[in-house]
Design a protein around this ligand. Sequence first.
Ligand code: MN
Length: 201
Amino acid sequence: MGLSEYKNKRNFKESPEPTGATSKSGDQLIFVIQRHKASRLHYDFRLELEGVLKSWAVPKGPSMNPADKRLAMMVEDHPYDYKNFEGVIPSGYGAGIVEIWDQGTYTDIDNSDFTTAVKNLKAGLKAGNLKVALNGSKLKGEFALVKIKGREEENTWLLIKHNDKHAVSKPYSSEDLTDEDSPINEWLKQQKSGSKKKALL
Ligand code: MN
């Protein structure tokens, strides 16, 4: 826990990422989903809890369809300030492009008062069965993060949408919901066209 792993992995002379103080947003918990084109394109799912962002890398991105069980690898805690980070990481750990795909507030699924919600969320995290209610622009309603037990890989979780009024039954791809001016899409387009023009990286 804490931010030592986050700090150890990064060289802040090279990377524009936040150096990482912990802080608090008051009586509302926030979440952010960052789309990250590193060696592989993936999504980073981050939930504020106790001053840091609990973080999972989701290779296929989140889904609003309860039939999808999306692999979510838990990674090191990120600093609270990371919620605003977008940009190019020129080299080193996570080198590539980061853009915010969705953000908003969240709570436990009982919609408890702040203190109770934090208590429930901490217990869920510890038990490997974390249930959250998201209020973002793209992601809404209840989700579960369930840790897969008995795996050699300790940090393997699944991200699953609960069947509520926000759920969809059609195939869902987070890639269809990227911003028009997405720097990652621009980069992918340049790769595809084989353009000799120097890409962002
Ligand atoms: Mn990432």
